[in-house]
Design a binder for this molecule. Structure first.
Ligand code: PLP
Length: 219
């Protein structure tokens, strides 16, 4: 595995689904990975990354952005309201808008700055109590609320339950996005990104298949 192989698999999955080359963005999820692995992928020319922790991203990305122009970093982990200010300064997109209090906070920050990262609403398609995300039946109202706050919604995001076939979750999310007039679909990880592309993913979030296994103990 590694960047080149995963890029090739993304392009092949696009072609197999009859989708345009380059219509799927590969987010290299670099959370917890050692610096040398991330630098190797940057040197290979990749410029789109995903992070889960605001503090960790704040520590490592300013220097890499300066060294590798054109770099984009997306927030894909749960976002605490008290970290929202730092997050809007750090990330080009946030994939985890999941509650009205965070929407309000982001709207206030957007007004103050005159700019906002692109926003994806996270949907808890598996209705898992421990998982973040808006419940499917609450989504349309939440999208309406966020739009009324002038937030730049670009799509939906989901993390299917680990012990289930992901494909029905991807299909369901695509239906919810279409119904709400949203183009972006952030779905698919190392083990299932091809199925996500077949279902219409515009952003796949791939970590371990590019960088190798994460070692949380070494953080
Ligand atoms: C860590 C993470 C990923 C990447 O997971 P892999 O299985 O390593 O590809 C993708 N999405 C989210 C939300 C994550 O937290």
């Amino acid at each position: 595995m590694g960047l080149a192989e995963i890029e090739a698999r993304v392009r092949a999955a696009e072609a197999a689904a009859g989708r345009a080359t380059g219509s799927v963005k590969l987010i290299a999820v670099s959370k917890v990975q050692p610096a040398e692995r991330v630098e190797a992928v940057l040197r290979e020319g990749h410029r789109l990354f995903g992070e889960n922790y605001v503090q960790e991203a704040a520590g490592k990305w300013p220097a890499w952005r300066a060294e590798f122009p054109g770099t984009e970093v997306h927030m894909i982990g749960p976002l605490q309201t008290n970290k929202a200010k730092l997050a809007v300064e750090l990330f080009e997109a946030i994939h985890t808008l999941d509650r009205p209090s965070l929407a309000k906070k982001l709207a206030g920050l957007a007004q103050a700055r005159g700019a906002s990262p692109d926003l994806f609403v996270q949907v808890n398609t598996g209705r898992e109590p421990q998982k973040a995300g808006v419940l499917p039946e609450d989504l349309d109202a939440f999208v309406g609320e966020a739009r009324a706050m002038d937030l730049p919604l670009v799509g939906l995001m989901c993390i299917p339950p680990e012990d289930e076939d992901a494909a029905p979750h991807f299909t369901a999310l695509a239906g919810m996005a279409a119904r709400n007039g949203l183009q972006g679909l952030s779905m698919g990880m190392s083990s299932d990104f091809e199925a996500a592309i077949a279902a219409g993913a515009t952003h796949v979030r791939v970590g371990s298949a590019i960088f190798g296994a994460r070692d949380y103990a070494a953080r």
